[in-house]
Write a protein that binds this ligand. Structure first.
Ligand SMILES: *[C@@H]1O[C@H](CO)[C@@H](O)[C@H](O)[C@H]1NC(C)=O
Ligand SMILES: *[C@@H]1O[C@H](CO)[C@@H](O)[C@H](O)[C@H]1NC(C)=O
Ligand SMILES: *[C@@H]1O[C@H](CO)[C@@H](O)[C@H](O)[C@H]1NC(C)=O
Ligand SMILES: *[C@@H]1O[C@H](CO)[C@@H](O)[C@H](O)[C@H]1NC(C)=O
Ligand SMILES: *[C@@H]1O[C@H](CO)[C@@H](O)[C@H](O)[C@H]1NC(C)=O
Ligand SMILES: *[C@@H]1O[C@H](CO)[C@@H](O)[C@H](O)[C@H]1NC(C)=O
Ligand SMILES: *[C@@H]1O[C@H](CO)[C@@H](O)[C@H](O)[C@H]1NC(C)=O
Ligand SMILES: *[C@@H]1O[C@H](CO)[C@@H](O)[C@H](O)[C@H]1NC(C)=O
Length: 910
């Protein structure tokens, strides 16, 4: 039976609560879990060059444009390359993506005059919805009655009531394509339709690892994500589900950059963004990204520049909330763009099952649409003990009846839901309910089984009734049992929404929008309508609000460049919980708060800026200025006050590991003094103000406390309230440990060298570098690093490393305890004698504590230098160095370092 409920991302709900469960010791040999650091694609780079007009003496080479000059210069230096794409948008991005024969020519390319940057091409994962639920079709019997609650929460309903619908505004959607045949999306593509155009940059079969096959039609009938996104912006209201897009009179263009499955690469994102700019989109929206922490990826840089020209670019903050702070996604980290967080809806539409045989209230089950079960079926419980911890984790006993005619009741805990359901299915059980063990009532990952969660009390009741011999049956009404369940986390930031700020203290995310349990369109062959959750759903909401803004204020660049500030200053502050006295949620996960579209678009008061970036203690910016402008017709009086938000304790105490989300909050707040606390602004006038911040005292700097909050600007008539959000770190970023040197994850101290049989190497070892006889560097980053270097050095190098000096090394260190010639002198980094570089990466994200491909980095080593030259046979060591955040790359003492044991290179002679 095809299940109606499944999810792609809620495996989180079954993760054991224990932090830092060790990975399998040979986890790094599992190719599917191996990651090239930062998701870089081997040998592919995006080279940015200066506009031709910027290049002095540009005629000398006789090359008419920047691209030809670049290729000429590459050939002159004997760099083997193939051009994959050319980018030519003067003022935003000029350059090319190239595949190099030898990745290590990258260094040379950076030295070519006129080359501004060489960045790796990054693999960007497919948009990852938190859960998906497909409606069977427009005749689905039970529809959620309040599909517009998201509009009510944000004031979009009031704008719609005034006929503000985004007419005349153009939005480009970079996603999996759109099913433009969908009647609710206009049923076609081209001039005169809602979807006015588009392009498919990749083709159905593109996975991110193969060659894209572009075609003119962005039709998507195989994935569906982009169709869901498009409906959130543009669904026409005349549909049986009564949903409508935020800006359903806007014109949409579909840039398809994902195939049916898999990832895309950021050179394709850049190409699509630049096409969107040339095609005159007012807004570009991207419900995609990969966890990063830095602002420097090419797609981030290009998005930011496009935002600077006055277009609005909205980008998902990411669904990595469980992985802790400093982990927002790129390109969402684009400095000038709008990174969007997700808020849980206040009411979730769930279904009730009817209880027969005993008197009991209907049982609410976590499904938006009724289970496809017509019969009233008796229950069977896999354990009569309602406190059993590992119910149905093992195959069910032989005494178990054929379960095909039963609703099986199982308790949550220990193993995955799918494992329990597989055991039930082995006894022919097809419909099951899993009762909660206190972990919370939410969507769960049940694979393709017909199953979902019920609450603990209901489960205990059913088990006890069954145990006492009652005949209890359940039925699943196919209509009329939808029920507005008050979501306990409703109105709060979704647990999956990623935490910022960026590694260098930029304010991400910017603003939140509803992203949980959103009903929207799906491709017709995939069911036409469905529910999804994720920052992917919140992002098009802000794109829609942006269209309403442009629709009202006109399309001028000044409207675009000030949009983020407007949304941030008018947003609604979000609490960290529904418990009285708990602090406001950290700005590092809510941004300025939940967007208030009505206030943003109708207010006459303009507060600038929207963000105070206080930075860390070493670069603290305590004095901040802001202005309040009155564009209205009457004088307004305001008072200033401070609403601190919870201080996010980003590391686990006593470790260098990030605290998992929800990041714990403390009430050690910053304090603020204002230049004045009340003032009046007359029509047309601007009041200038200052705020002087003091970082929280008594916060434990070793756990990197992120303090944040809001400067409230409330009108004394009680009608208007605005705020400027601030974020700072009560610690110095340079003190944050970057490289994991513990044995927590693999049972051996990291970094470490592994052999291809999955064991770690201790002590000296020789390698032939033939077949699988090579070492692999296994390492983890606890914090992002701006620069990671791996060099080959003399086995007797005189250096004092900072990480994990093993006893075998002591003799080396003793006879030559390292001192830099003059540690205070600049350029100490270059004084460390190396035999040659093996690799170097810039702006690497940190790792997570989950073994899902983000948990560690591994690099298989070859007997070649970075430039491809073979390393001659002999004895060496490897030297790993990672620059600390805000560190100076010329100073050795700003790096963490690790020296390997002696490695013998013993390649057979050719
Ligand atoms: C949709 O709206 C119509 C008209 O207001 C109403 O009769 C109908 O019950 C609504 N349908 C749902 C599913 O809410
Ligand atoms: C659903 O069940 C809950 C809990 O028993 C009950 O409060 C609610 O009234 C029911 N709603 C419907 C529509 O059956
Ligand atoms: C339930 O009944 C409906 C209407 O008779 C039918 O279309 C559907 O196939 C039945 N579903 C199952 C799972 O038997
Ligand atoms: C499951 O159903 C099949 C086919 O009806 C039957 O042969 C088998 O015995 C059943 N399995 C169990 C465990 O009852
Ligand atoms: C459910 O998933 C399992 C494992 O992925 C697969 O073997 C099985 O065929 C699927 N069943 C259905 C009905 O889709
Ligand atoms: C914080 O300070 C560092 C060091 O000067 C700088 O690189 C970074 O850009 C600053 N962050 C912000 C948000 O200004
Ligand atoms: C590596 O090879 C060298 C040269 O043959 C030898 O002296 C040394 O003992 C070898 N080391 C190990 C760990 O096998
Ligand atoms: C490659 O790098 C090594 C180590 O830095 C150096 O000795 C060698 O000369 C370089 N080869 C070329 C062709 O540049």
């Amino acid at each position: 039976m095809k299940s109606l409920v499944w999810s792609l991302f809620f495996t989180l709900a079954v993760a054991p609560a224990v932090f830092a469960a060790k990975f399998p010791q040979n986890a790094w040999t599992d190719a599917s879990k191996q990651t090239i650091p930062g998701n870089a694609v081997p040998n592919k780079f995006i080279v940015e060059v200066a506009d031709v007009s910027d290049i002095p003496g540009k005629r000398e080479l006789g090359a008419p444009d920047s691209h030809k000059r670049l290729y000429h210069a590459l050939r002159k230096r004997d760099v083997g390359f193939k051009v994959d794409k050319e980018f030519n948008h003067q003022g935003i991005f000029v350059g090319a993506s190239v595949t190099l024969d030898n990745a290590n020519d990258r260094k040379q390319i950076t030295q070519i005059p006129g080359v501004k940057a060489v960045r790796p091409v990054i693999l960007v994962p497919a948009p990852n919805p938190v859960n998906i639920h497909v409606v069977s079709g427009v005749d689905d019997p039970a529809l959620p009655p309040d599909s517009e609650s998201t509009h009510v929460l944000t004031g979009v309903d009031k704008l719609h009531a005034q006929g503000i619908l985004g007419q005349g505004v153009k939005i480009g959607i970079l996603d999996t394509g759109i099913d433009f045949t969908h009647p609710v999306l206009g049923g076609g593509i081209g001039p005169g339709f809602k979807i006015i155009g588009g392009f498919d940059f990749v083709g159905d079969d593109f996975t991110g690892a193969n060659t894209p096959v572009p075609d003119p039609s962005p039709l998507d009938q195989c994935n569906g994500h982009g169709t869901h996104v498009a409906g959130i912006i543009g669904a026409n209201p005349d549909n049986p589900f009564n949903i409508s897009g935020v800006a359903f009179h806007a014109s949409l263009t579909s840039y398809r950059i994902f195939g049916c499955t898999g990832s895309t690469t950021d050179d394709i994102i850049v190409e699509a963004l630049l096409r969107g700019v040339s095609e005159g989109q007012d807004i570009l929206t991207m419900s995609l990204g990969g966890s990063d922490g830095w602002t420097e990826s090419t797609a981030s840089v290009v998005s930011s520049r496009i935002s600077d020209t006055g277009k609005i670019v909205t980008i998902a903050a990411g669904n990595d909330g469980s992985k802790g702070a400093f982990y927002t996604s790129s390109p969402g980290n684009a400095i000038s763009s709008i990174s969007v967080a997700s808020l849980d809806n206040t009411v979730i539409e769930l279904q009730n099952a009817t209880v027969h045989g005993v008197v009991h209230d209907p049982i609410t089950y976590f499904a938006t649409f009724p289970f496809p079960v017509n019969d009233t079926l008796p229950i069977f419980v896999t354990s009569t003990d309602p406190a059993v911890v590992d119910d149905a984790c093992d195959p069910l006993p032989d005494s178990t009846p054929d379960l095909s005619g039963f609703i099986t009741i199982v308790r949550r805990g220990t193993c995955t839901f799918v494992q329990k359901l597989t055991n039930v299915a082995a006894k022919n059980g097809t419909v099951s309910l899993i009762y909660d063990n206190g972990s919370g009532f939410s969507a769960i990952d049940v694979g393709n089984f017909t199953s979902t969660l019920i609450q603990a009390d209901d489960g205990v009741f059913l088990v006890n009734a069954f145990a006492s011999g009652e005949t209890v049956s359940l039925s699943f009404p196919q209509s009329g049992a939808a029920f507005g369940f008050p979501d306990l986390s409703g109105g709060l930031i979704s647990s999956f929404s990623s935490f910022g700020p960026t590694n260098d203290m930029f304010f991400k995310p910017a603003v939140a929008a509803p992203g949980g349990n959103i009903l929207s369109t799906l491709p017709v062959p995939l069911g036409s309508f469905g529910i999804e959750s994720g920052t992917s759903m919140a992002t098009p909401f802000i794109a829609g609000v942006s269209a309403l803004l442009f629709g009202v204020k006109g399309h001028s660049p000044s409207v675009g460049t000030t949009a983020r500030t407007l949304f941030e200053t008018t947003a609604q502050k979000i609490s960290s919980s529904h418990t009285d006295g708990d602090p406001l949620q950290s700005v590092s996960v809510q941004g300025g708060g939940l967007v208030d579209a009505f206030t943003a678009i109708t207010t006459d008061i303009v507060v600038t800026p929207g963000e105070f970036l206080l930075n860390d203690t070493a670069h603290f910016k305590p004095l901040q200025t802001f202005t309040v402008k009155n564009n209205g017709k009457t004088a307004k009086s305001f008072k200033l006050s401070h609403s601190p938000a919870g201080t996010a304790l980003s590391l686990q105490s006593g470790t260098s590991f990030p605290a998992d989300g929800p990041v714990p909050l403390s009430t050690k707040f910053a304090t603020v003094k204002f230049s004045e606390t009340s003032f009046t602004v007359h029509p047309g006038q601007t009041q200038k103000l200052t705020a002087h911040f003091t970082a929280p005292s008594g916060a434990d700097a070793s756990i990197l406390p992120i303090f944040s909050g809001f400067i409230d600007i409330d009108s004394t008539d009680g009608l208007d309230s605005f705020h400027v959000s601030y974020v700072g770190l009560a610690a110095s970023l340079k003190d944050a440990q970057v490289v994991d040197n513990s044995d927590v994850f693999f049972g051996v101290n990291l970094p470490a060298l592994g052999a291809s049989d999955g064991s770690f190497i201790s002590g000296p070892a020789n390698f032939t570098f033939v077949g699988s006889d090579f070492p692999t560097l296994v390492m983890r980053l606890d914090f992002g690093t701006p620069k990671l270097r791996f060099d080959l050095v003399d086995p007797n190098i005189k250096i004092k490393t900072t990480l994990n000096q093993r006893s075998e090394q002591t003799h080396v260190l003793e006879k030559s305890v390292f001192t830099f010639p003059n540690a205070a002198q600049a350029g100490t980094f270059s004084q460390v004698k190396i035999l040659g570089p093996l690799f170097e990466f810039d702006f690497l994200p940190r790792n997570s504590d989950v073994n899902d491909g983000s948990g560690f980095n591994s690099f298989g080593l070859t007997n070649t230098f970075a430039n491809g030259t073979t390393i001659s046979n002999g004895s060496f060591r490897f030297l790993l160095r990672a620059l600390k955040v805000t560190g100076d790359p010329t100073k050795e003492e700003d790096f963490e370092s690790w020296l390997s044991d002696v490695v013998g290179v013993q390649a057979p002679s050719p």
